[in-house]
Design a protein around this ligand. Structure first.
Ligand SMILES: [Zn+2]
Length: 55
């Protein structure tokens, strides 16, 4: 029943190249490979502004 929302599992910053992967265990993003620029504001390549749902 209802709509199943499938959140993105990975994202990359279009500005500095940072790559992150969603980790279900910590319910947060983890650096997948390139940490990019720590001072970057990060412009993620996923559509819209995805906000993880918390119960
Ligand atoms: Zn960035």
């Amino acid at each position: 029943m209802g709509v199943t929302i499938t959140p993105p599992k990975e994202r990359a910053c279009e500005l500095c190249g940072r790559e992150e992967r969603w980790d279900d265990e910590v319910e947060g993003w983890r650096i997948a490979d390139d940490p990019g620029n720590v001072y970057c504001i990060h412009e993620w390549d996923i559509n819209g502004s995805f906000v993880p749902l918390r119960e």
